[in-house]
Design a protein around this ligand. Structure first.
Ligand code: R5P
Length: 321
């Protein structure tokens, strides 16, 4: 086993809610850094302890994206420039990973650009948590070692406790079929899933019609996705499932962005429960009410275990799914 020095974990502001819990589990003191702003708004960083010859993990969540990407890049750069022996970027929510192909004229492939930034950060390796476009992570291949963990690892354990038969796992779109299959394998031992399909006008706009491939009648439908942004996808799918006779509809998503007052619309939807992780810090307004149960599952234990294994050069395969 190579020795990369003492283990230290720092967090950007976006992940400061997880730092104490992660460090408690690792039985270390949280890394001491001040991440503030200049009066004009620029990110201002100071590492308040030596990191010379240490094995450093920088935990960040790129939501909201712009500010937090800059914090992650500058914190990593500052640590690397302070002679750490190795820096691992732990990215709990990878921003700018959705525009991942040139599928129409004059659009950027943002998912490629964000990986360029990570490559230029000075980090030696990266750990991602449920990135939207897994294939684009391949851009790091041959340049930076990385690992990719999934939300299903923690969410499935919760589902096992609350789900009763009959139920079916569903993907909101074709792109999420692999994720839904992974949930179904762990929950039922097979790949059976239901898939929703959004229909588009000849101009490529969503026309609000949702088709369902598979049987949802009289079953609990568990829709799994990587993120809840505006909630529009889940609301439309839940509506279609209810019309097709579903008994109860639950949504699971790794990252809860809850943009544009999504929680208000989700409470008025056909969903009865949503389950998210705390990869993104959630405001108090994201809570259970009579209409909608909101369950937030902590990833602290999983991330602490991943950091511990990486520090000791041990396999992460026990955390994969
Ligand atoms: C789409 O490809 C993603 O996996 C999510 O389904 C989508 O980004 C969720 O966004 P919203 O909540 O705004 O529908």
């Amino acid at each position: 086993m190579r020795n990369f020095g003492e283990l230290k974990v720092f967090a950007c502001n976006s992940s400061s809610h997880l730092l104490p819990g992660i460090c408690d589990r690792l039985m270390i003191t949280p890394g001491d850094a001040t991440i503030g702003r200049f009066a004009g708004g620029e990110v201002k960083i100071k590492i308040n302890e030596s990191v010379r010859d240490d094995d450093i993990f920088v935990v960040c969540s790129m939501q909201p994206p712009a500010e937090n990407i800059v914090e992650a890049m500058l914190l990593t750069r500052a640590i690397k420039g302070s002679s750490a022996s190795r820096v691992t970027l732990v990215i709990l929510h990878l921003g700018y990973n959705r525009q991942d192909k040139k599928n129409e004229p004059r659009v950027p492939i943002s998912a490629s650009w964000i990986l360029d930034l990570i490559l230029s950060s000075g980090a030696n390796r990266a750990l991602f948590f449920d990135a939207h476009s897994e294939a684009t992570l391949g851009k790091l291949d041959g340049q930076m070692p990385y690992d990719h963990l999934y939300g299903s690892y923690v969410i499935v354990d919760h589902l096992k406790k609350v789900l009763g038969e009959p139920f079916v796992i569903a993907s909101p779109d074709a792109g999420g079929a692999k994720r839904a299959g992974a949930y179904s394998r762990r929950l039922r031992g097979n790949n059976e899933i239901v898939m929703f399909g959004k229909s588009r006008t000849p101009d490529g706009e969503l026309d609000g019609t949702v088709t369902i491939i598979g049987d949802v009648a009289e079953r609990t439908v568990v829709i799994v996705d990587d993120m809840i942004d505006t909630g529009g996808t889940l609301i439309q799918c839940a509506h279609a499932a209810k019309n097709a006779g579903a008994q109860k509809i639950i949504a699971c998503a790794t990252h809860g962005l809850f943009s544009d007052n999504a929680i208000v619309r989700l409470r008025e939807s056909k969903l009865s429960e949503i389950i998210v992780t705390d990869s993104i810090s959630l405001p108090y307004s994201i809570c259970s009410t009579d209409e909608l149960t909101v369950t937030v599952i902590s990833i602290e234990r999983m991330i602490a275990r991943a950091i511990n294994n990486l520090h000791k050069s041990e396999s992460l395969s026990v955390l994969f799914d």
